[in-house]
Design a protein around this ligand. Structure first.
Ligand SMILES: [Zn+2]
Length: 279
C-alpha cells in the first residue's frame, strides 16, 4: 500500500490540515509525530527506502526499533494536504534508541522537526505508562492559550483550575490537568526533558509564551485535546477582557459533584479555594 493511502497517514494529514485551518500553524509553526504499529509499518513496506543512520544526540532505549511518522523541519502544515510527502516523513530508530534513519518522505532534502527530542522523550514516557498507548504527540501555536501565559501565574494549579471552570467538558477531557513549562529555548534537550517530565502526569503541556504540546491515543484525540484547551482559553481571554473580569464562576464543590456523577478523578490539589482571588 502507498504510505499516503494508509489509514493512519490520512488521519495525520487531516489533523495537520485541520490545525492549519484553525490558525494554529503560521508559516512552518508546529510539529506532529505518530508511533506506528509493526502492522502499519509492514503495510507501507514496498515504499520504504531506508537512508543512512543519523545520531539522535540522546538515547531513548524505550523506543528501540520503533517507527514514527513525523513532520519535517521548516515544512508548512498548510502544505500537508497538497504535498504530504514533503511535509511528512517516516523514520525508524535503531536497536539502542540512539540513531534514526529516514524510511520514506521528506522529499526535496527534508529532515525531521527540530522538536524531535521533545517528541521522542514524550513517546518514551507515554510508552511506559499503563492504559491505551498515546501514539500521537502534537505541537501547535494556538493564540488564546499563548495569550493566557502572559496574564496568569505560570503554575499547573492555576492553569488547570481556570481552564476547567470555562465549560464542563474541560475537566472531563483533561481530568489529570494541564502542565505548564516556563519559557525555554525551543528545539533543545532541556525543554524536551522538562516536557517529558510533565508528560508523566499530564497529556497537555503549555509552553509559556510559545504554544502547547499534547499527547493523544490517535490523531482525532490529539486534535480534540488541542481544540478543547484552546477553546477554553479563548473563553477565559474574553472573560478577562471584560472590565471587572469574572462576576461568578464554578465552585470547587460543583467540580466535585461533576467528578462523582461522571466518574472522573479530579485531583484535589486543583480544587482548593482561591484565597484573595476574585472569584
Ligand atoms: Zn513551536
Amino acid at each position: 500500500m502507498k504510505v499516503t493511502d494508509a489509514g493512519f497517514f490520512r488521519s495525520l494529514v487531516r489533523l495537520a490540515d485541520d490545525g492549519w485551518r484553525m490558525g494554529w500553524h503560521e508559516r512552518n509553526g508546529g510539529n506532529l509525530s505518530f508511533r506506528l504499529t509493526e502492522e502499519e509499518l509492514r503495510s507501507a513496506e514496498e515504499e520504504l527506502r531506508p537512508g543512512a543512520w543519523v545520531p539522535l544526540g540522546f538515547s531513548v532505549p524505550e523506543l528501540a526499533g520503533a517507527a514514527f511518522a513525523v513532520t519535517g523541519t521548516g515544512r508548512y502544515f498548510r502544505d500537508a494536504a497538497v504535498k504530504p510527502e514533503d511535509t511528512f516523513g517516516l523514520i525508524g530508530l535503531d536497536g539502542r534508541g540512539e540513531n534514526y534513519r529516514i524510511l520514506w518522505g521528506f522529499a526535496h532534502g527534508g529532515r525531521p522537526t527540530s522538536e524531535l527530542p521533545t517528541h521522542l522523550l514524550t513517546h518514551a514516557v507515554k510508552a511506559s505508562l499503563p492504559g491505551e498507548p498515546r501514539r500521537v504527540v502534537y505541537h501547535a501555536h494556538p493564540s488564546n492559550i499563548i495569550a493566557l501565559t502572559f496574564v496568569l501565574p505560570l503554575s499547573d494549579e492555576v492553569f488547570t483550575r481556570e481552564l476547567w471552570e470555562m465549560f464542563p467538558e474541560c475537566p472531563l477531557v483533561f481530568p489529570e490537568g494541564v502542565g505548564v513549562a516556563p519559557w525555554m529555548v525551543p528545539g533543545g534537550r532541556a525543554i524536551a526533558e522538562a516536557t517529558g517530565d510533565l508528560m508523566k502526569r499530564y497529556n497537555i503541556v503549555v509552553w509559556a509564551h510559545h504554544g502547547v504540546f499534547c499527547a493523544g491515543e490517535d490523531p482525532d484525540a490529539a486534535f480534540g485535546l488541542m481544540h478543547t484547551v484552546e477553546k477554553s482559553a479563548e473563553i477565559l481571554m474574553k472573560v478577562l477582557a471584560v472590565p471587572g473580569g469574572k462576576k461568578q464562576t464554578v465552585a470547587p464543590e460543583q467540580l466535585r459533584r461533576l467528578s462523582e456523577e461522571c466518574g472522573v478523578d479530579l485531583p484535589e490539589r486543583f480544587l482548593r479555594d482561591k484565597p484573595g482571588q476574585n472569584p
